[in-house]
Every structure is written in structure tokens, then in C-alpha cells.
Ligand binder design. Structure first.
Ligand SMILES: Nc1ncnc2c1ncn2[C@@H]1O[C@H](COP(=O)(O)OP(=O)(O)OP(=O)(O)O)[C@@H](O)[C@H]1O
Ligand SMILES: [Mg+2]
Length: 243
């Protein structure tokens, strides 16, 4: 963020294959839009699930939301690929309040590039399959990105956790990150863990997010709002540091 460019940049990425990157990107995007922020969504993953979601949103989502008498929040979606993604995104950000980049797995050029301009990384990880090798690879990439982008805040968030085992999952992840022999010091852990709930898999079929659904799942909504709140606190702390 600079004086001319007040746009915050969030990246969802890191872990491979179905951990919840796109789910978190879309839910955060609509929550920021609901606050009146101008939101840029960047699809940087060639699986294009964000593009499919956005197409559904323009048709089914708009009808559903407006049919309930709710506001339909406009988002802008662009696709950007390649090693210059960070430069291409920075050309667009002066027109937005927040940009959310849905990047691919840790070994993608897009993920590495996005981290060069990110304020915050949200890296979802599934409790059922901690992959410590991948975690240390992602950590290495973050340490590399921090050479050029020292203020990057890189957080891991548990996703699809069983409601009855949230504390165990948190403790297991904390033990890996704080391992005495090989601590992953560049990661912090988001306080909120996201539980495995049908609401998260139902909403994308309509191009919506959990809080926009006709009968929103209150717990899912609360989780996403809590995650957004943690991110807003990071923004506030960063602004105060810069002042
Ligand atoms: N907390 C959750 N509860 C239930 N289902 C979830 C949850 N989070 C994600 N899902 C579902 O899991 C699947 C994978 O999620 P998503 O597409 O967000 O992951 P991804 O990391 O973007 O995947 P990819 O690596 O393929 O891009 C989707 O069907 C999504 O609806
Ligand atoms: Mg995805």
C-alpha cells in the first residue's frame, strides 16, 4: 500500500488441491463488498473455479439475492497469470479497496508472484491431512518473498475441520509450526478454524457465498466474519505501523 494506492492485497493459496482457497476468496470478497469496499478478485489459478463461480453469480446469484430483496454486491473479476502477475495486479489496484488473489498451489509461478505484493496470505489447510513437507515448502517460499516484501503476514487457517475436534486440530497444527527443532516462524495461525459445513459447498452452485444464501447458515457466516475481522485487524495494525 502506498499513498496513491490504498488497496490491500490478500492472497489465498499455498496448499495444493481442494483445501478451500477459492471458498475463502469468494466469501471474503462478498463480505468486503457488503462493507461498501470496492473489491477486485483475481483468478490466478488455471482451474478457473473462480471464473465459473462468478459466471453463476451474474445469473443465478443476482436473481436469488435480488429475489430475497437483498443487495447484490458487485465484484470485479480478472484473470492474471505468469511471473508478472504482481505488476499486472498493481496496475489495477489503485481503483480498489481490496484485491483478493486466488493463487494456485505453492509451486505455481502465480503464487510466488502474488506474494511479492501481498499484505496478507490466507493459506487454508485441511485437518485430516497435514502435509508437513508441503508446509515447509510453502514456508520456504514465504521466507523468500519476505526478502522483498518484509511486511507480508502469512497465516495458516484450518478448514473443513470436524466440529468436535477443533481444539485437537489446532493443537496438532500449532505443534508443527512451533516444532523446537524446525519451527516455521514465518507463519502465524488464524484464531478461527473453519468447520466442515454443507453451507460452504452449497453456496458456490448459485454463485453465492454463505452469508448471501436464502437461509444462511449462521455458524458458517460467523466463521467467515471472524476471519474477515482478523484480517481487518492486521490491516489496522499495518496502517498504524506505517503512520
Ligand atoms: N469448510 C468447508 N465445508 C464444506 N465444504 C467445503 C469447505 N471448504 C471448502 N469446501 C468444499 O471443498 C471443495 C474444495 O474447496 P475449494 O474449491 O475452495 O478449494 P481450493 O483450494 O480452491 O481447490 P483447488 O486447489 O482445486 O483450487 C469445494 O467443493 C468446496 O465447496
Ligand atoms: Mg480453487
Amino acid at each position: 500500500m502506498t499513498e496513491e494506492d490504498n488497496c490491500w492485497i490478500i492472497v489465498t493459496g499455498g496448499q495444493k488441491g481442494g483445501t478451500g482457497k477459492t471458498t475463502i476468496a469468494t466469501n471474503l470478497a462478498t463480505l468486503f463488498a457488503a462493507m461498501g469496499w470496492k473489491v477486485l478478485l483475481v483468478n490466478a489459478d488455471n482451474q478457473r473455479s473462480l471464473v465459473t463461480w462468478n459466471d453463476q453469480r451474474a445469473e443465478l446469484g443476482r436473481e436469488t439475492v435480488e429475489g430475497q430483496g437483498k443487495d447484490f454486491h458487485e465484484l470485479t473479476l480478472v484473470s492474471q497469470f505468469g511471473k508478472n502477475l504482481h505488476k499486472d495486479v498493481k496496475k489495477l489496484t489503485p481503483q480498489y479497496d481490496v484485491a483478493i488473489i486466488d493463487a494456485g498451489g505453492f509451486d505455481s509461478t502465480e503464487f510466488r508472484s502474488a506474494l511479492l505484493v501481498a499484505d496478507v496470505l490466507v493459506s487454508p489447510i485441511n485437518a485430516s491431512s497435514f502435509d508437513t513437507w508441503t508446509l515447509s515448502q510453502v514456508h520456504e517460499i514465504i521466507e523468500g518473498a519476505k526478502i522483498n516484501n518484509p511486511d507480508l503476514k502469512a497465516g495458516l487457517i484450518l478448514n473443513r475441520v470436524n466440529a468436535s475436534s477443533v481444539s485437537e486440530a489446532k493443537a496438532a497444527l500449532r505443534a508443527i509450526v512451533e516444532d523446537e527443532e524446525d519451527p516455521l516462524e514465518s507463519f502465524f495461525l488464524y484464531k478461527k478454524a473453519i468447520v466442515n459445513r454443507n453451507a460452504y459447498s452449497r453456496a458456490p452452485a448459485l454463485g453465492l457465498t454463505v452469508h448471501e444464501m436464502p437461509r444462511p447458515d449462521a455458524k458458517a457466516k460467523e466463521e467467515m466474519v471472524a476471519l474477515q475481522q482478523e484480517i481487518l485487524e492486521i490491516f489496522t495494525a499495518a496502517s498504524e505501523e506505517a503512520a
